[in-house]
Ligand binder design. Sequence first.
Ligand SMILES: *[C@@H]1O[C@H](CO)[C@@H](O)[C@H](O)[C@H]1NC(C)=O
Ligand SMILES: *[C@@H]1O[C@H](CO)[C@@H](O)[C@H](O)[C@H]1NC(C)=O
Length: 397
Amino acid sequence: MASTSLAPLTTAFTIIILTFLNSSITVSASAGICYKSIISFGDSLADTGNLFHLDSPSSSSDAPHFFLPPYGETYFHHPTGRCSDGRLVVDFIAESLGLPLLPPYLARKDTSGSLDFLEGVNFAVVGATALDGSFFRERGIDNPATNASLATELGWFKDMLQSFCKKSDCKDFLQSSLVLMGEIGGNDYNYPLLQGRNIEEVQSFVPLVVQTISSAIQELIELGAVTLVVPGNFPIGCSASYLTYYQSSKKQDYDTDTGCIKWLNNFAKYHNQVLQSEINRIRELNPHATIIYADYYNAAMRLYRFPNKYGFKGEVLKACCGAGGPYNYNSTVPCGYQPAASCDDPSLYVSWDGLHLTEAAYRWIARGLLEGPFSTPPINTVCSPASTNFLGPRLEY
Ligand SMILES: *[C@@H]1O[C@H](CO)[C@@H](O)[C@H](O)[C@H]1NC(C)=O
Ligand SMILES: *[C@@H]1O[C@H](CO)[C@@H](O)[C@H](O)[C@H]1NC(C)=O
């Protein structure tokens, strides 16, 4: 669990929280839209179609597997460039704030500039890393999806501000936006770890990855952002891709409760600790800003620990969509390519394709962030959402 303290936050911020709490009690019937827009950065956990627009394949046989059916089957009923069967955490956050699903920034090319992004914009790209692509190229680590990094995404954001600020009040736009800083950084570890690099080498990337995320946050605050959500890494030792690649006959590698690989989860926890210390540091430097840590690790971990409680059935570590193997994951035949096939009911699975989660899992994670206890402070206490009906019946935590 996050152990962040509110101590460094100023009285001014406490007053803001209290004001929101009060107003959510007194005007809950008209529950105002408190953020006018969402600005999202990140990777495949958040991309709502940027890579789709960046990389238009000439034929469907060149298409990345996540641009093909059954991606999108549950909610959109066609592939949208999202790496899931349906909506992502960012989509559920947008819905809860009464905002439209986030258009991908690169979609503007195909709409001749008619998208105005006033209610939200997404810069996340499938495969993006926090560190620049050159960092991995120099080390012989392959990124098969994209060269886009957090710096690329920030560059697009600044381009957008340039044209945007002529037409409207930029300061107000940034001040009234919820900025989602990822998840980003997971791929900085996924590529080397799933290409056989040893954990000591990959561990040495952690301070660099965290520093890159931190600099981006600092830059966004300097540009005028005041509310930012910074997610940590998922428990990668529970991911079907990692469980397949690092399959082991050593019983002590596995957590007896969940079947997840302990040392990989410990690595994710290590990244998250370094990230949280850095967040505490930049909170002190920016007392007027609210920097929310989103504990993706524990928000996902509860689904692996208590699958039945959250409506998941069967073998919780197995992917819904795959081509067989002990975890229904085979990196040479990923979901989207024949003969990989989807399960009958993705809502009973946590893992969609072995790397990404199902809409059902993302819904629970979004809920854990919005209502708590997996964000510090919970997004809903900073600002009251328009509706949580879409999240389904309330559960006791
Ligand atoms: C990434 O950049 C390198 C060097 O500029 C280039 O050779 C490669 O094709 C690019 N890869 C992708 C996926 O765009
Ligand atoms: C993955 O799929 C390939 C191609 O169908 C097959 O040759 C290979 O044995 C499979 N690997 C596993 C672990 O099932």
